[in-house]
Design a protein around this ligand. Structure first.
Ligand SMILES: NC(=O)c1ccc[n+]([C@@H]2O[C@H](COP(=O)([O-])OP(=O)(O)OC[C@H]3O[C@@H](n4cnc5c(N)ncnc54)[C@H](OP(=O)(O)O)[C@@H]3O)[C@@H](O)[C@H]2O)c1
Length: 200
């Protein structure tokens, strides 16, 4: 299988890449590093990425930024970060991938536990993650040619606890390798329109 992984260098993406590269051809895509580069906030950049790669069997996304800040003080610009990057970035990638995916191919996006369990300063992340999960459920109904789409929703990663521990009191982290298994289930399995939650 030929698998395009956007965010391949990241904490989530590097574990997904390590797992899927064991048995498949992976194209590592990043913003500043990788086999190919893309800016998921820019439709022209995404079109150029897929034109350069040719046909493939699976799109995997493990990237997308959101701003963390106290809700009463969040600016439009901070809201726009999550909307443009994590939400519309993944929607753009999904839409642009459709004509390049082989029949029966798949798309796997990322949300996160904040869609279900809010934390302090996490209102944008909760909103964006919830929207991504709703998008996947609806888009699955309209994809042509047997294409599938799912979203992986992890809790905080063990590897990210040095950065995020104070924001996730009482949350049990999971290793990135476990999150990678949820991506594998999405890419190699048969389900569509699903949220694969990975909780501690
Ligand atoms: N870490 C966690 O605990 C956790 C838990 C749940 C959900 N998530 C979600 O998982 C996703 C990835 O998180 P992470 O911690 O793995 O992030 P990360 O380590 O910071 O990695 C981010 C990845 O995204 C790429 N990227 C950055 N800007 C981009 C752009 N404009 N266009 C395309 N790619 C871009 C980076 O590429 P370059 O290296 O080339 O710049 C990098 O590969 C995020 O949406 C996050 O909310 C993370």
């Amino acid at each position: 299988m030929k698998i395009v992984i956007v965010g391949a260098s990241g904490t989530v993406g590097s574990a997904v890449t390590a797992l899927l590269a064991q048995d498949h051809q992976v194209i590592r895509v990043g913003h500043r590093q990788g086999d190919a580069l893309v800016d998921m906030t820019d439709s022209a950049s995404i079109a150029a990425l897929f034109d350069g790669i040719g046909r493939f069997d699976a799109l995997v996304v493990a990237s997308g930024n959101v701003a963390f800040a106290p809700f009463p003080e969040m600016t439009d610009e901070q809201w726009q970060t999550g909307l443009e990057s994590k939400l519309m970035g993944q929607i753009r990638l999904t839409r642009a991938a459709i004509p390049h995916l082989n029949d029966g191919g798949s798309i796997t996006l990322i949300s996160g536990i904040l869609s279900e369990e809010p934390i302090n300063w996490g209102v944008s992340a909760s909103t964006i993650n919830g929207a991504i999960e709703h998008f996947v459920r609806a888009a699955a109904c309209e994809l042509p040619r047997g294409l599938r789409i799912n979203v992986v929703s992890p809790t905080v990663l063990t590897e990210s606890m040095d950065k995020y521990a104070d924001f996730f009191p009482g949350f049990v982290p999971v290793p990135a390798a476990r999150v990678a298994q949820a991506y594998k289930k999405s890419v190699l399995g048969v389900q569509s329109g699903q949220v694969f939650r990975v909780n501690g």
